[in-house]
Write a protein that binds this ligand. Structure first.
Ligand code: HEM
Length: 501
């Protein structure tokens, strides 16, 4: 998992520029003969491109990435695991890349933001990796599942309430994207009112817009304040546990790892929710299996993790010396891209890709080896509980446009659904809100007090003082679709009024 840089001024995503003609051969391949992972073909149909590469080269293919830099795309399921599980041959330290050593990646290069080395567990190997990762994994392990699910239900309910009366919604911006971030800010130990601002800032930062730097600064500032506050008065939350961890992360490492967790969880979990919702809304067989009890929601999520993994590709690993993989001669300092989506479709493990993969979790969506995603259980819990809440609240949810009108955006590492417009019966939504589905956390809340921040521990909600709320009022990140910022607490006040009638 790679992260946008501390200063995201540079563009992220692949360049659409032409591949250079001529130039040095790469392991005997001339750049002219190598397929590009950027540009119109790659953006229109990345899976089709992977299959062409598999047919031409087998399990490991030479490709060109942004600005025509050569790399290896690993297409085989076994070969992806070999690379991920053998850090002695394939390092996570991007400083080994000859393109960096040859000065080919300046600050403006499109890959610099995601490939430049940073003091993070996902750029470290060996003992340093263990030290940094143990702080993250052991702090994540302290959450109890019921506590996490309680937060997810609470935020899912809140988002559904916000669009419930209209009978229509756009599920990417109004549900799939905000839900993971709202939950994460809570688990990190931030007060409620930070959630919506962080969602907007993170989306803005990842998209590399003109305000990306301001949005990054907002997030970094909020995280710095969070650390300062939690050092003074620790709570039962991820930030406090990370600070107290015996690995002894310094302030910079703490901010960077909080940021890693926020960003790692945001786009990926949003993609998982979006892709699973899309499948349930468009695939009749799938919906019928779910409704008929032949398939459970967890089964559906695993199917999506096989067929449409949130990361299609991971950048990357760097060869520690000359080696061989899938019949290709890899040179020291070459970059390898883990082809997670391609590996999941490898005919060696899925001879019939149309067959459901019920009960089989050996997909590559969460990587493998020492860097395997430590947040996967949390991602599954957020996606499953969120979708379950949505489907129970709005049982007649349906797509509002023909399936063919759905649009995607592909980049080097992922493929996103741009919008998922839906409609549903507004009366069902209103009934659900007024009825038994009003979550327990609402009862007895003071509209002016933020709810629980004893994140995911299952403990009772308690009021907290907000972290840097003054600062949050100074900077309001850009709002999607130019809409005015929603006033935090409005919904809660409405529900309390409703309940006290
Ligand atoms: C569906 C959602 C998610 C997907 C598909 C996903 C995928 C991945 C993958 C493929 C990697 C390995 C990268 C590599 O091998 O270089 C990774 C690493 C990581 N993920 Fe996730 N992730 C998800 C959600 C989360 C969540 C919710 C968290 C935290 C709460 C998280 C935290 C991390 C961290 C900290 C790493 C770096 C681990 C290391 O380098 O040792 N991820 N993720």
């Amino acid at each position: 998992m790679t992260l946008p840089p501390a200063d995201p001024a540079g563009q992220t995503g692949p360049s659409a520029g032409p591949a250079p003609s001529g130039g040095c051969p790469f392991a005997g391949y001339s750049p002219d003969s190598m397929r590009r992972l950027f540009g119109p073909e790659a953006e229109a149909d990345p899976m089709g491109l992977y299959e062409k590469l598999r047919a031409e080269h087998g399990t490991v293919a030479p490709v060109l990435v942004a600005d025509g830099l050569p790399a290896w795309l690993v297409l085989g399921h076994r070969e992806n695991l070999d690379v991920a599980r053998t850090p002695s041959r394939f390092s996570r330290d991007s400083r080994r890349w000859h393109a960096f050593q040859d000065g080919l990646l300046g600050p403006e290069h499109p890959l610099t933001p995601i490939a430049a080395w940073q003091p993070l567990c996902n750029f470290a190997d060996g003992a340093e990796h263990k030290r940094l990762r143990s702080a993250v994994t052991e702090s994540l392990a302290r959450f109890d599942r019921r506590g996490i699910r309680r937060h997810v239900t609470r935020f899912a309910d809140r988002l559904i309430d916000e669009f419930g009366d209209g009978g229509t919604a756009e599920l990417i911006h109004e549900f799939a994207e905000p839900l993971p971030m709202l939950v994460l800010t809570q688990l990190l130990g931030m007060p409620d009112e930070f959630g919506p601002r962080i969602v907007t800032a993170a989306r803005d930062m990842i998209q590399g817009t003109e305000t990306a730097v301001a949005s990054y600064q907002y997030i970094a500032g909020a995280l710095e304040q969070l650390i300062a506050r939690k050092r003074e008065s620790p709570g039962a939350d991820f930030a406090s546990w990370l600070i107290a961890h015996p690995a002894g992360l310094d302030d910079d490492e703490l901010v960077q790892h909080l940021r890693l967790v926020l960003i790692a969880a945001f786009e990926t979990t949003a993609n998982l929710i979006a892709n699973t919702l899309r499948l349930t809304l468009t695939d009749e067989r799938f919906r019928a299996s779910l409704a008929g009890g032949q398939m459970t929601l967890p089964d559906a999520l695993e199917q999506v993790l096989w067929d449409e993994p949130p990361f299609t590709t991971i950048l990357g690993r760097w060869a520690t010396g000359p080696t061989e993989l899938g019949g290709q001669q890899i040179a020291e300092g070459d970059m390898l891209l883990l082809g997670l989506a391609a590996g999941n479709m490898d005919p060696a493990v899925r001879p019939d890709a149309a067959r459901p993969v019920l009960g089989n979790r050996s997909h590559l969506a969460f990587g493998g080896g020492p860097h395997e995603c430590p947040g996967q259980d949390m991602a599954r819990a957020i996606a499953e509980t969120g979708i379950d809440t949505l489907m129970s609240r709005l049982p007649d949810l349906r797509l509002a446009v023909p399936e063919e009108e759905l649009r995607w955006r592909s980049s080097l590492m992922s493929r996103h659904l741009l919008a998922l417009p839906v409609e549903f019966s507004a009366t069902a939504a209103a009934r659900a809100r007024a009825g038994s589905h009003v979550p327990g956390w609402v009862a007895g809340l003071d509209p002016d007090a933020p709810p629980a921040t004893d994140a995911g521990t299952g403990s009772a909600p308690r009021a907290t003082t907000s972290v840097g709320s003054g600062d949050a009022q100074v900077y309001t990140p850009p709002q999607p679709n130019g809409r005015p910022a929603r006033r935090p607490g409005r919904l809660r006040a409405f529900l309390i009024r409703l309940l006290s009638r």
